[in-house]
Design a protein around this ligand. Structure first.
Ligand code: PLP
Length: 413
């Protein structure tokens, strides 16, 4: 069994350890929730100051041109692209993941319009609810017999995808279990049946290596406020590969997606390229801060981050299983590396109460129904010693039953 000293030693040897200094984390907190809201890059505060005081306050409307505000969705998209195996001119940072998913689904359905028998959108019942809700909303809006098919198990996918499938829409890493799909095999499965595949990278971008081109994805969306540390409610992203851009027609045809927004033409004509995925004016203050998170990714590689992420999650699983063996904890995250994201989830009959007790003691994870305690591991700022200390506190809480099973639920868990 490892020791706290061995963890300190691993931190001393860890080439990524210095990156932690680029984040402002409060004293006494072990932050294991970067999968839900990333920590604040130190650079975000001076950047916000600059955008608000200088670009907005002093330069005023000129900043759309002089500070590059107008191009920001594309410029940030180009910076994010290498993290997901996308190319220049294929990604924009804009809107929310929910909204981008709506655009992607609608465009994919439109791309299949030549085959009117394809009216089924397939996703998983265990998908993040907004993904299901958006697909539901779109199917209802389309009428014309479109419907949603929810599968209960990955093993059902092969049987479910057929000549009636328009689109398969999956979240690459499951938000609750941390299960990671095989993107290449699943994309091939969809294509073999003539379906398109959309990947939601909310729990993948900046967390696990993603290679959208190599793995045959058709469209993708994802968050910047989770692993990418863009800030609360930071705009999301959408990827449309060059090969699909000419056919990509999305229904939120706002002026930012117009070929010539300032021509003020009365009719819509989509922009060439990825700009057609845009809709309206962007939240520039929030958007600008996304860059501070991306700057940190430039200083390392997804391969290095993945290696540390797996080492952290392996250590956490091993320590919990060794040290909390007397307690009814159930691992729901795959042990197999290829199937694991950058989080570890355990069930406990009093999961909500135990998580509340952990948070009260400075170990911040979160809780997801049903009975799941979720711990996110962000190799940019999580240390091996953090893992040791978090497990130490978890064991202490469980051993002493130091949690209140009647704890009142907050609005956001
Ligand atoms: C976090 C998350 C979202 C969030 O969508 P918003 O529109 O940004 O609220 C969507 N889908 C998945 C799979 C997520 O994990």
């Amino acid at each position: 069994m490892t020791t706290r000293n061995a963890c300190l030693e691993r931190d001393a040897q860890d080439p990524l350890a210095p990156l932690r200094a680029q984040f402002d984390l409060p004293e006494g907190v072990i932050y294991l929730d970067g999968n839900s809201l990333g920590a604040r890059p130190r650079a975000a505060l001076p950047r916000a100051q600059q955008v608000i005081a200088r670009e907005w306050g002093h330069d005023l409307i000129r900043s759309w041109n002089t500070a590059g505000w107008f191009d920001l969705p594309k410029r940030l998209g180009n910076r994010l692209a290498p993290l997901i195996g996308a190319r220049d001119g294929e990604v924009v940072v804009t809107d929310t993941t929910s909204v981008n998913l709506f655009k992607a689904l609608a465009a994919a359905v439109q791309m299949q319009a030549g085959q009117p028998q394809r009216r089924v959108i397939i996703t998983e019942r265990s998908n993040f609810p907004t993904d299901i809700y958006m697909a539901e909303g779109l199917s209802r809006w389309l009428e014309r017999g479109y419907r949603l098919h929810l599968i209960d198990d990955v093993a059902e996918l092969a049987g479910a995808i057929n000549q009636e499938t328009a689109v398969v829409m999956l979240t690459h890493v499951n938000y609750r279990t941390g299960y990671q799909h095989d993107m290449r095999a699943t994309s091939a499965l969809a294509h073999a049946a003539g379906a398109l595949i959309i990947w939601d990278l909310a729990h993948s971008a900046g967390a696990v290596p993603v290679d959208l081109h190599a793995d045959g994805a058709d469209l993708a969306v994802g968050c910047t406020y989770k692993y990418l540390n863009g800030g609360p409610g930071a705009p999301a992203f959408i990827w449309v590969p060059e090969r699909h851009q000419a056919q990509f027609q999305q229904p939120l045809s706002g002026w930012w997606g117009h070929a010539a927004p300032f021509a003020m033409a009365p009719a819509f004509a989509p922009a060439e390229g990825i700009a057609r995925a845009l809709c309206g004016t962007q939240p520039i203050v929030s958007l600008a801060l996304v860059e501070c998170g991306l700057d940190i990714y430039d200083q390392t590689s997804m391969a290095a981050l993945r290696a540390k992420s797996l080492a952290l999650t392996d250590l956490f699983i091993a320590l919990v299983e060794q040290r909390c063996a007397a307690h009814p904890l159930g691992l729901v995250t795959p042990r197999e590396h290829a199937r694991r994201g950058s989080q570890v989830s355990f069930t406990h009959p009093h999961g909500y109460a135990v998580m509340a007790a952990l948070i009260a003691r400075g170990v911040i994870g979160d809780y997801r129904e049903p009975a799941i305690m979720r711990f996110g591991f962000t190799p940019l700022y999580t240390s091996f010693t953090d893992v040791w200390d978090a497990v130490d506190i978890l064991c202490d809480i469980l051993d002493k039953q130091a949690y209140d099973i009647h704890a009142r639920r907050d609005a956001v868990t």
